[in-house]
Design a protein around this ligand. Structure first.
Ligand code: ATP
Length: 389
């Protein structure tokens, strides 16, 4: 168990910055999930921590000790790969025993440790089999057992669940979380699956193009996404994005895509809006933070929309609607099933609406007062009038 720290870590492959100036701390015993789309640098980051890659710049520290120039076997990391990478000519027993044999551990200790870890992962009955005689889920457990048998300081998981079918994936992910909690091992897990990230993480690191977009607990990332990218990536379905206009600075009244006007009553949201200069404003809302109705609902932001499709999921329905040519999705109870093509109102919960700076994409909730003041100042300078926030 260690704390892993990255200080200004960059990894370049030729001209490509796979990871760019990343500084992060992975807490001792914490389960961190690195989430991002394909090519965002997740695997590269994991391999840098493992010692498979050396950084182009920056430092990696385990419990304050500089391990930047150490090889993987000198870092005591356990790694589980997406394809499990089991040795096909070895039995399950020998696969699990392999890291101990490399360390020339006494045979009696090997036997005890292999049996212990196999027992813990529910594969003690499979020790005599070869990998080809196992299901995907069983192979995954063997790979996990091999990573855990040497009692690693850090457990590194590179999309370990993505080759499993949906039901087994859901079962193993909760077992994995429980196992990590019981062992107290620092774990770093890479995935592009945001549901998996939300379920497993004590802490999430959202990446894009080699750069960290946000670090935070799952609820924080979900409820207060740092920018439009995170809002549109996290959540199933992700947040809806609507472009509106602020006609007059200092007044929290919006012009909505359907041409109507709405003045925000919620004091926090109104305050954020008032700090903006006139012009485009980007609004986002979670699919569960809006109501559908055939009339505007008081205290909500009502936007006219046309029903595009309805997906029935049993526990709830997901209604896709067209708002000013853009699709938005709203989660509704199973008894709400509007007709395709019907004209309805999407009533967005004012208190839950997210506002983003149209130029930088930053969530206005994260703007410090000084930055908001700068915006206000900029608005004066550009002759567009100032905010009164
Ligand atoms: P995926 O989910 O598809 O595995 P990822 O987020 O793990 O993606 P990386 O594999 O870390 O992303 O790749 C980040 C960037 O670095 C990509 O643009 C990729 O093409 C590039 N890259 C990764 N490894 C190498 C390499 N060995 N040589 C050259 N470019 C590389």
């Amino acid at each position: 168990m260690v704390e892993v720290r990255l200080e200004g870590v960059t990894k370049r492959f030729g001209r490509v910055y796979a990871v760019r100036d990343v500084s992060l701390t992975f807490g001792d015993g914490e389960f961190t999930v690195i989430l991002g789309p394909s090519g965002s640098g997740k695997t590269t980051l994991l391999y840098l921590i493992a010692g498979i890659y050396r950084p182009t710049r920056g430092k990696i520290l385990f419990d304050g000790r500089d391990v930047t120039d150490l090889n993987p076997n000198e870092r005591n990391v356990g790694i589980v790969f997406q394809n499990y990478a089991l040795y096909p000519h070895m039995t399950v027993y020998e696969n699990i025993a392999f890291p101990l044999r490399l360390r020339r551990v006494a045979e009696s200790v090997v036997e005890r440790k292999v049996r212990e870890v196999a027992e813990m992962l529910g594969i003690a009955g499979l020790l005599g089999r070869y990998p080809s005689q196992l299901s995907g889920g069983q192979q995954q457990r063997v790979a996990l057992a091999r990573a855990l048998v040497k009692e690693p300081s850090v457990l590194l998981l590179d999309e370990p669940l993505s080759n499993l079918d949906a039901l087994i994936r859901i079962r193993i992910r909760s077992e994995l979380k429980r196992l990590q909690r019981d062992l107290g091992t620092t774990a770093i897990h890479v995935t592009h699956d945001q549901s998996e990230a939300m379920v497993l993480a004590d802490k999430m690191v959202v990446m894009r193009d080699g750069e960290v977009q946000q670090v935070g607990g799952p609820e924080e990332v979900y409820n207060k996404p740092a920018n439009i990218f995170v809002a549109g990536f996290v959540g199933n379905p992700p947040a809806n994005i609507i472009r509106a206009r602020l006609p007059q600075p200092g007044f929290p009244c919006l012009q909505l895509p359907d041409g109507s006007s709405h003045c925000i009553q919620d004091p926090a949201v109104a305050g954020r809006l008032s700090a903006l200069r006139a012009g485009e404003v980007i609004l986002a809302f979670r699919p569960e933070h809006a109501l559908l109705s055939d009339h505007p609902v008081p205290d909500y932001i009502p936007v006219e929309a046309e029903v595009y499709t309805v997906e029935t999921l049993g526990r709830e329905n997901i209604v896709t609607l067209l708002v000013g040519g853009e699709q938005v999705k709203v989660v509704v109870p199973p008894n709400v099933k509007p007709e395709m093509g019907a004209k309805v109102y999407v009533n967005v919960d004012e208190g839950r609406v997210l506002l983003f700076d149209p130029e930088t994409g930053v969530n206005l909730e994260y703007l410090k007062p000084a930055e908001a003041a700068e915006q206000e100042h900029g608005a004066h300078d550009s002759g567009q009038g100032g905010a009164e926030a």
